[in-house]
Design a protein around this ligand. Structure first.
Ligand SMILES: [Zn+2]
Length: 285
């Protein structure tokens, strides 16, 4: 078996860009600190809305191929070398927004058999033996079918891997403390006149916002702010960045968080907020 570093982090995401937006600073920090960082992305985001008019002709498989290129560039920016598509590129395609006929496409991730997809992810878990797995909450953060399915598949894969010999000690969901979101939007409202964006999103548009006390873990990625912004910029079709803000295809400005927040949902809940995803993990594991 290949010798991997002592600390191993696995992130499970729905589309290329989700990893950089949610966890870019965390990924860059742990990669720089010598941990093994593995990203599994479940679809290529073939049904994503394209922002730049010059790339508006891209859709379906052509958009998926283009987004794979964006993902590669983002991973270069974050210093992450191990990134994979669940079951290989094109195994599962983007399901589109909730409620669209796209959700019925038999090849889309929303239609995937959860146990089968989780089996593919469990193989990665058994290979990497991560101490930490990061994914979304059961609403997928904001209700996108692929995000909900990524959550289900990740949580099921943890169970399957545990039965087969690797019990992931810590599982986290992406979170944003409500007070942080509210303060950031208050700042954004003040800054908006100077920004190249017309309108601001609201706290309700940010995935994973919860009461402050629900957040168990805070990763200070300030030193990796530039890497995170570069990774987000690499996703040209999906994201426009004007630090410390960005917009998605909905055109609404949001804060770009360089401190990233999590809720520990598997493992012993810490008494006070942790500053390291690997806190409490022994050297021997
Ligand atoms: Zn997504």
């Amino acid at each position: 078996m290949t010798e991997l570093p002592d600390r191993r982090l696995l992130l499970v995401h729905a589309h290329p860009d989700d990893e950089s937006i949610n966890n870019g600073a965390t990924m860059a920090r742990y990669a720089a600190e010598g941990a093994h960082v593995t990203l599994v992305t479940c679809t290529l985001g073939e049904r994503g809305e394209v922002i730049p008019p010059g790339l508006g002709h891209l859709s379906g498989a052509a958009l998926g191929g283009h987004r794979l290129g964006e993902l590669k560039e983002a991973m270069r920016a974050l210093g992450v070398t191990d990134f994979r598509l669940l079951g290989g590129a094109g195994r599962y395609c983007d399901s589109g927004m909730m409620g669209l006929p796209d959700n019925d496409d038999p090849g889309c991730f929303w239609q995937a058999d959860v146990d089968r997809a989780a089996g593919l992810l469990a193989e990665v878990i058994l290979e990497i033996r991560p101490q930490v797995l990061v994914t979304y909450d059961d609403d997928g953060g904001y209700g996108h079918p692929d995000h909900i399915q990524a959550h289900r598949v990740a949580m099921r894969a943890v169970e399957l891997a545990a039965e087969q010999g690797w019990d992931v000690p810590k599982v986290y969901w992406n979170r944003v403390p409500r007070s942080v979101a509210e303060e950031s939007f208050a700042r954004l409202d003040g800054d908006l006149p100077g920004l190249p964006f017309d309108k601001a999103a609201t706290v309700a548009d940010v995935p994973g916002v919860v009461a402050d006390e629900q957040v168990t873990t805070e990763i200070d990625g300030t030193a990796y702010a530039a890497a995170k912004a570069a990774a987000m910029r690499a996703h040209v079709t999906q994201v426009t960045v004007a630090e410390p803000y960005f917009v998605l295809s909905n055109g609404l400005a949001q804060p770009l968080f360089t401190t990233e927040y999590y809720e520990l949902v598997r493992g012993e809940r810490p008494g006070k907020r942790e500053s390291d995803l690997f806190a409490g993990i022994g050297e021997a594991s």
